[in-house]
Design a protein. Structure first.
Lengths: 302, 259
């Protein structure tokens, strides 16, 4: 029983990280029908920005939730800026070209950022300063069950961000415009909505969440390197497809499902297949329900 | 007088181009061509939309009617000629800038956001409205015009019937307090009684002072309510003039009314 609960807790914290990244994939897909393969690198940038912010501002000398929030905000701002620039320079000029050109460009941007990261940050792994939160002595354990406070902090912050995003999308003018643009660019611009600005805003929002995920991952798995975005990026992509790409709620659902599946595979069966599982799920979902768990084929009425 | 474009286009165009800014003209289409890649969809189209009138653009499928509306709204670029709003060139503007001039379009297929609620659709119609205070008044007017929409305001717009969606499209366009309303085939796919009702409403809002550019395949009905008609054929204006005269002309009766 304890072991089972342990896996659930691990799965939730892992799932919440996947969810933050998957949301960006699904939002960008919503407005541009583009799989932004550079999204994992935006998450990596978030982790590094968080690390450098903590180092340069010596936030470790003032550990606490306030310092963590400063690092989070810095990471989210940097990632949002990166998302904005990438869309502006790489994707916007190709808006009217065939979809495949955009996709290849996205892969190119991803590689560019990975290797630029190695150039700028160095290719050796660095340690994320987890001392930003003083959590020694806060380890709760009940029998075999160990709750890492970092996991709880990450889970709570991730959930807060998801609720904020949900609020923005479904309750604000910007969110309404984003949903309109994701339905149809032309229709949206006929409402007077500046579609390019809304697309930029969508990239920035999605990228900010990935940046936050970078910092939260740094807290739980403190080894960060410029290639760290590849695997979580791909897995979050799978999570987004699993939930129904373009569907915000689906991305969260897909992410937690993937987190649970991975954790239980590792815990009860064959740990080696951890990274293969996501792609197995991708193949199955594409074969049997390509629209994903919550995706619907859009009914088009004439 | 009926203006036969293929015989007298040069004189007519010349006269129009010299005309100074005329307050009675809301839109002026001057010698407009549009290309989709190698295909030319509009060939030197010219016509005017006078204030307070209903102008209808009729013609068969593929004649370029929708392309003309898309060009006015800035969704396609004109490759030649200009489109003017109150004497100012708008054919280089972005679509959202054109909406800010209160040139609003209810597009082909109605352009309803099926993933949004009825009320959210109406809210979006007021996105660029110059006067946020009159939001409530416009909303009430829309609901008064189409009580069905009020009943269903919280429903997803995707659950509405075709007729209701067309009502929503018109109500939404009115939320932007348009100076000119561009309507693309409002009768498409609707039952005859509903078409009747939609045309009545178009006339109603015109009587209240709104300028309307109506695109229709249903030439007889459209010319019946319009003041002026423009007949398009494979991207060219073949005939234009007061709709009463168009309706009486043999060519129109033969080609478009099946007589």
């Amino acid at each position: 029983m304890d072991q089972f609960l342990q896996h659930v807790i691990n799965a939730l914290s892992l799932g919440s990280i996947y969810a933050l990244i998957a949301l960006g994939y699904t939002m960008v897909f919503g407005v541009l029908q583009l799989i932004n393969f550079a999204h994992g690198e935006i998450y990596m940038l978030g982790a590094f920005t968080g690390m450098y912010t903590i180092r340069w501002l010596r936030l470790e000398e003032h550990p606490g939730i306030g310092s963590l929030i400063i690092a989070l905000i810095a990471a989210m701002a940097a990632s949002a800026t990166a998302g904005f620039i990438i869309e502006r320079l790489a994707y916007r000029p190709l808006r009217k070209s065939p979809r495949i050109n955009l996709l290849i460009t996205a892969v190119g941007v991803s590689l560019f950022l990975q290797y630029s990261g190695q150039l700028v940050f160095g290719s050796d792994p660095q340690f994320f300063p987890t001392g930003i939160l003083e959590l020694e002595g806060y380890n709760w354990s009940y029998g075999d069950l160990v709750i890492e406070p970092m996991q709880i902090v990450a889970l709570v912050l991730a959930l807060i961000l998801m609720f904020v995003l949900q609020y923005i999308i479904f309750r604000t003018r910007l969110g309404r415009a984003m949903r309109a643009v994701s339905f149809n660019h032309d229709f949206a611009s006929l409402m007077g909505i500046p579609t390019n600005q809304i697309i930029s805003a969508t990239f920035m929002l999605g990228s900010a969440l990935a940046g936050a995920a970078g910092v939260l991952v740094g807290l739980i798995y403190p080894k960060i390197d410029p290639l760290m975005g590849t695997m979580p990026g791909l897995k979050a992509f799978v999570a987004a497809v699993l939930g129904g790409i373009g569907n915000v709620t689906g991305a969260v659902l897909g992410a937690f499902t993937l987190g649970l599946a991975e954790e239980f595979l590792v815990g009860y069966w064959v740990p080696t297949y951890r990274d293969a599982l996501a792609f197995g799920i991708l193949i199955l979902i594409l074969l049997f329900k390509p629209s994903g768990l919550l995706g619907v084929h859009r009914a088009e009425k004439v | 007088m009926l203006n036969h474009e293929n015989t007298s286009s040069s004189d007519a165009a010349g006269a129009k181009l010299e005309g100074s800014v005329d307050g009675s003209l809301v839109l002026r289409i001057k010698d407009v061509s549009v290309h989709y890649g190698m295909v030319q969809a509009l060939h030197n189209v010219s016509f005017d939309v006078p204030r307070g009138k209903i102008v209808t653009l009729v013609g068969a499928n593929g004649a370029g009617k929708t392309t003309m509306l898309r060009a006015i709204s800035g969704l396609v670029r004109v490759s030649h000629g200009v489109i003017e709003h109150r004497g100012e060139v708008i054919s280089t503007s972005q679509p959202h800038e054109i909406v800010r001039r209160r040139i609003c379009q209810s597009p082909e297929g109605r352009g309803i956001f099926l993933n949004l609620s009825v009320e959210e659709n109406l809210d979006l119609g007021a996105w660029a409205a110059p006067d946020k205070l009159s939001y409530k008044i416009n909303l009430e007017r829309g609901f008064e015009m189409f009580p069905r929409l009020k009943e269903r305001r919280r429903q997803n717009a995707g659950t509405l019937s075709g007729g209701e969606q067309q009502m929503l499209a018109i109500a939404r366009a009115l939320m932007g307090q348009p100076e000119v309303l561009l309507l693309d085939e409002p009768s498409l796919g609707l039952a005859p009684q509903i078409i009747e009702k939609i045309f009545e409403i178009v006339q109603q809002i015109n009587r209240d002072g709104m300028t309307i550019l109506l695109v229709e395949q249903n030439a007889l009905q459209a010319l019946g309510i319009a003041h002026h008609g423009v007949v398009l054929e494979t991207g060219r204006v073949v005939l234009q003039g007061p709709s009463r005269e168009l309706l009486a002309s043999d060519e129109v009766r033969k080609a478009y009314l099946g007589e």
